[in-house]
Design a protein. Structure first.
Lengths: 266, 361
């Protein structure tokens, strides 16, 4: 885990800025006037009690939802209304709260599928499975094998992911997201339902991804210990509003955050 | 000891990502292909004409539907109509340009049904499952209406039927009344092997992974940058291409002539059953499904009277017919209960067991 004297100041330039974003479904307001930014190469945590709007926030960021008000700027450009695959091609990858793997495919094929947007061999060569298509297949296989080594899942390379235990599925899902070589990686509760050992492994992978590849990470997590150890900055949501934003130490001592989590004494 | 992966080491990614990584599988496949070609010279014309040619044609159509329904998860009931588009396109092309070899036109006619299939695939972006099935049902009825009502499609032929004109390859008749079952079988076999090989390449590469991704979890696929509409339309186009070629083969190399009625909704269901029983998302399953649904009733029709006669039971042809339906129906239910993922999965499990035989694991 990270040394306590690690600099916890915001790093780099703003990669993604959320400005006054509101999101409503009919009468229900999922998000109200939320603003924060995510800087390059940082680990940014989004926390809050259940139903606070954390996943809705991620859905806005990767294009599932379009904010009813406010705007999201990615790499300095205001995001238009778009389909999620456009956001993906722009460099935003994501994992899901409930694992969303391609169950019938092997670990290898799942991660290879994450490379789809990087592969360009023409339909003709794909039909023949020869020449450029095969060359490309091998090239990307090499990259995928690096991810497999990195996540220590060599032994399940050819196992259909539907048969894997939950902890490993989460790891494969992280691998699939990494295969996209994203600039911004959104992790929706990467450690939900894991035991201590699995959590430690996952934390290690997240830190290594961040440090080795410089990938910017935004993560939602309920385990406060993990959040405080991993993240550079934390934004706290409650009932769709932002109630705190800052370093883990600042957030931890914030009165409103304590009230939100522990309840207010009457 | 004949079927082992021990000692077969892969030292590069090309070898490791081979479609048949096991040497024994490759040898087995080679033998099957060889036997299929040998059958052209050993089998009698009943076997070739009434069993093997239709079996191959239906297998090809089943591969087409499997690409759409099995690999991409889009349910279609328009298979019959897409086969019809291929047949009618082939007819128009070969009568308009008789100078060009008909084999070229068989392959080209698939593109027409691919275009039509992609057009009717457009609703798939918004709707899934049964709703999409109903949308493709519209294609089935609309296209069949076209086959009946547009006499231009049959060159204003008064009978309204398609007929196979005489066509030759190197002076040998390959189509029309003079073509022997043997030459037609060889032609169909070669086309089916070629197209199966191409399909197998396609589903094992990037495009196949994109199709399966859409089937297994379309939202996650979209978040990985896979464009849902393009991927689904490609599946519709490729699937319809296969169905179209199968339709052309069906009319011109098997029946030798047919009316619009061949491409009705029953044909669509017939192919769909083959795909479901054979195994969704499996090319070999398409062959198994076609064998079970098409060949098994024929075999029963021959075997049943022979099996019943020693007991002094001389039964009429109508009873045999009923028995055939009952046995095939019971077998379909049996297989679906034993293995809902189809015969292809049984085959897979059998091979896994054989790998470690005589040990249980």
């Amino acid at each position: 885990m990270r040394a306590p004297d690690h600099p916890v100041q915001a790093k780099g330039d703003v990669l993604l800025a959320v400005e006054n974003v509101s999101l409503g479904f009919g009468g229900v307001k999922a998000l109200t006037d939320v603003s924060f930014d995510i800087r390059k190469s940082e680990i940014r945590a989004i926390i809050g009690p259940n139903g606070a709007g954390k996943t809705s926030m991620l859905n806005c960021i990767n294009g599932f939802y379009y904010p009813t008000e406010g705007r999201i700027t990615f790499k300095g450009v205001k995001r238009p209304k778009m389909r999620p695959y456009v956001a993906a091609r722009g460099g935003i990858a994501r994992t899901f709260q409930n694992v969303a793997l391609f169950k019938s495919m092997s670990t290898l094929d799942n991660i290879m599928a994450g490379r789809s947007i990087k592969m360009h061999a023409s339909f003709f060569w794909q039909l023949l499975r020869h020449g450029p298509a095969m060359k490309e297949e091998v090239e990307h296989r090499r990259f995928v094998e690096e991810i497999i080594d990195f996540l220590e899942i060599q032994h399940i390379r050819k196992v259909p992911v539907g048969r894997l235990p939950y902890g490993l599925q989460k790891r494969v899902e992280l691998g699939r997201a990494l295969a996209m070589e994203p600039e911004l990686l959104l992790l929706d509760e990467p450690m939900a339902g894991m035991n201590l050992e699995e959590k430690e492994d996952m934390s290690r992978f997240i830190l290594e991804v961040n440090q080795q590849y410089g990938t910017t990470i935004a993560l939602i997590e309920h385990d406060m210990g993990v959040v405080m150890d991993l993240s550079d900055r934390v934004v706290v949501l409650e009932y769709g509003r932002k109630i705190a934003d800052g370093t883990p130490a600042e957030v931890k001592s914030d009165r409103r955050v304590i009230d939100a989590y522990l309840g207010v004494a009457h | 000891m004949l079927y082992r992966e021990a000692g077969q080491f892969k030292t590069n990614y090309v070898a490791d990502s081979a479609i048949f990584p096991l040497r024994e599988d490759r040898i087995g496949l080679g033998l099957i292909v060889l036997a299929a070609y040998a059958l052209a010279f050993l089998g009698n014309s009943f076997l070739l004409q009434a069993v093997m040619i239709p079996f191959l044609v239906f297998s090809l159509a089943a591969i087409g539907l499997n690409i759409l329904t099995g690999y991409t998860g889009l349910l279609s009931l328009g298979t019959g109509a897409f086969m019809g588009v291929g047949a009618y396109a082939c007819y128009k092309l070969m009568t308009a340009f008789p100078g060009v070899n008909v084999i070229v036109w068989i392959f080209v006619s698939g593109f027409f049904s691919a275009a039509v299939g992609a057009l009717f695939g457009l609703p798939s972006l918004r709707i899934k499952g049964f709703y999409l099935a109903v949308a493709t049902l519209a294609a089935q009825f609309f296209l069949q209406w076209c086959f009946i009502r547009i006499p231009w499609l049959v060159n204003y032929n008064v009978s309204g039927a398609l007929d196979a004109p005489l066509r030759t390859l190197f002076g040998i008749p390959i189509m029309g009344p003079n073509a022997t079952p043997q030459t037609r079988y060889l032609l169909v076999l070669t086309i089916v092997i070629l197209l199966t090989w191409l399909a197998s390449n396609l589903v094992h590469g990037r495009i196949g992974r994109m199709w399966i991704a859409i089937r297994d979890m379309d939202l996650a696929a979209e978040l990985m940058g896979i464009r849902p509409l393009q991927t689904k339309l490609l599946a519709f186009a490729v699937s319809s291409y296969y169905c179209g070629v199968a339709g052309a083969l069906l009319v011109f190399l098997w029946y030798g002539g047919a009316e619009y009625d061949v491409f009705n909704i029953n044909q669509s269901f017939f192919i769909l059953f083959m795909v479901i029983i054979g195994g969704l998302g499996s090319l070999i399953g398409s062959f198994f499904g076609a064998a079970l649904i098409f060949i098994l009733p024929i075999v029963l029709g021959i075997v049943l009277p022979a099996a019943l006669s020693p007991f002094g039971l001389s039964v009429g042809a109508d009873v045999i017919e009923h028995l055939r339906f009952m046995i095939v129906g019971a077998l379909i239910i049996f297989f679906l209960i034993v293995e809902p993922h189809g015969l292809a999965r049984l085959w897979q499990i059998g091979k896994q067991k054989l790998l470690v035989w005589p040990f249980p694991y």
